[in-house]
Design a protein around this ligand. Structure first.
Ligand SMILES: Nc1nc2c(c(=O)[nH]1)N[C@H]1C(S)=C(S)[C@@H](COP(=O)(O)O)O[C@H]1N2
Ligand SMILES: [Mo]
Length: 442
């Protein structure tokens, strides 16, 4: 089994992969405090709080001495942070780098259990780089648009920023999210099993705006997007998607894109698999056919049980996961807990999330926290009283196409085990009588 996983990893990464997750302690401590605070009446003062205040500050954080009584002395000045704010020195959740053999082609995962609401802080957005993170001067960066257009165009960042803009909240999920989990529960935390999805507010110009300016010719059906990184990542995008909700994004959560997210310009294809959201975007070419690039032939295709491969499996199917309680946590004692998690669909809005505490035998509808937006993370919550018995927590999402998130058994029935992409099955967390939460297949 381990061999198979490593082989699949090799296929994707071109290197060895270690299956071990070493993020357990940080995840446990970070998460527990927030839930103790949220549900303070039930578990205040419990074992879950200990250790948190002692947590190590994240790399680069300025550590100020804690004031014994902050009402009795002046606080630090507004100049101390150099003019750009940072989070509290006591908050230390970080992205977890999946242990790929090479740092040249690597990924890091969002600590979903430590998140609130639906927006991922930019500094915790997951990353997937095939050729490292380039440093690009926005003053000289250009986007070229050519091919089957009446008028080829060239844009500087300044040109793009003069055009009408939109701001939209959308998730990006790598279709490799969960790839270790097909055959056996492998990674311990929700960061490991589901951390290749993040939500930001993205701002930029609609791709249709620049395509209309250039004038697409009759017969145009696909558009190639190309990145300016060492991978020169390229993907073909159906022209209908390009004309629908695609965005040339230059901003994320109210500021310029982070370099890791494609600074100064990335393609945002709401609901499509992460790989198509080309970062460091420099070229668009309109054509009457797909370009059959490496990323849509050798990679990012899904080998089915009958030996045929699904190609251009672009829309991410509906999915959900419980982030609290989740793997590697420990419930200190029986009592009240608010079960919470995230649901999302690449095909539209989430209409319903159901939660089971008995491994799928019975289900209860969770409350959806607004706003419930299409192709965006949606927060769900359900009050739960744990009586100290063994339990298996699961969530299943439904989207506005009527689709319901499948069990792993159902998914494997259809897809087989020859491919690692697009795992959107129901996740199970086992609660032991001692409160230990573990990743299981139920
Ligand atoms: N130019 C370029 N674009 C890219 C990639 C890349 O390596 N180079 N990786 C892709 C993959 S596989 C994913 S999942 C997303 C990840 O986006 P993020 O790093 O902003 O989370 O970017 C995509 N766009
Ligand atoms: Mo990806």
């Amino acid at each position: 089994m381990a061999e198979r996983l490593v082989a699949l990893e090799d296929q994707i990464l071109g290197g060895d992969a270690d299956e071990d997750c070493d993020c357990k302690d940080g995840m446990f401590n970070g998460l527990s405090r927030r839930h103790v605070l949220a549900a303070g009446f039930a578990v205040a003062g419990g074992a879950m709080t200990t250790g948190r205040a002692m947590a190590e500050a994240p790399p680069g954080a300025i550590e100020y001495p804690v004031q014994p009584d902050p009402t009795k002395e002046q606080g630090r000045t507004i100049l101390d942070d150099g003019g750009y704010g940072s989070r509290s020195q006591f908050e230390n959740e970080v992205r977890w780098r999946y242990p790929t053999a090479s740092l040249d082609s690597s990924w890091s995962m969002t600590p979903l259990a430590a998140g609130f609401g639906i927006i991922t802080p930019s500094g915790l957005h997951f990353e997937r780089h095939h050729g490292g993170i380039p440093t690009i001067d926005p003053e000289t960066h250009e986007l070229i648009l050519h091919g089957m257009v009446d008028q080829p165009l060239r844009f500087t960042m300044g040109d793009l920023k003069r055009l009408p803009s939109v701001s939209r909240l959308h998730f990006i999920e790598c279709s490799g999210n969960g790839l270790t989990e097909w055959v056996q529960p492998t990674l311990k935390t929700v960061q490991g099993t589901h951390g290749l999805t993040s939500t930001s507010e993205w701002t930029g110009v609609r791709l249709s705006t620049v395509l209309d300016m250039a004038g697409i010719q009759d017969g145009a059906a696909w558009i190639l997007a190309e990145g300016a990184d060492a991978a020169v990542m390229t993907r073909s995008v159906p022209i209908d998607k390009a004309m629908d909700d695609a965005i040339l994004a230059y901003a994320q959560n109210g500021e310029a894109l982070r370099p890791e997210q494609g600074y100064p310009l990335r393609l945002l294809l709401p609901g499509y698999e992460g790989n198509t959201h080309i970062k460091w975007l420099r070229r668009l070419e309109v054509s009457d056919r797909p370009f059959m690039t490496r990323e849509e032939t050798s990679k990012y295709t899904d080998l089915m049980p009958d030996g045929n491969a699904r190609q251009f499996s672009l829309e991410m199917d509906a999915k959900s996961v419980i982030t609290f309680p989740s793997g590697a946590m420990k419930l200190p004692r029986p009592g009240f807990y608010e079960i919470t998690g995230l649901a999302w669909s690449g095909r539209g809005a989430i209409t319903k999330v159901e939660v089971s505490a008995d491994g799928g035998a019975t289900w209860q509808e969770a409350a959806l926290e607004g706003p419930v937006l299409p192709k965006c993370h949606t927060r769900f919550r359900l009050p739960w009283t744990w009586k100290g018995e063994e339990a298996v927590l699961q969530s299943r999402a439904m989207d506005d196409t009527g689709y319901t998130q499948p069990t792993l058994a159902k998914l494997v029935e259809v897809r087989g085990l020859k491919s690692v992409y697009h795992l959107n099955a129901i996740q199970s967390w086992h609660i032991a009588p001692d409160g230990e939460v573990t990743n299981v297949h139920a």
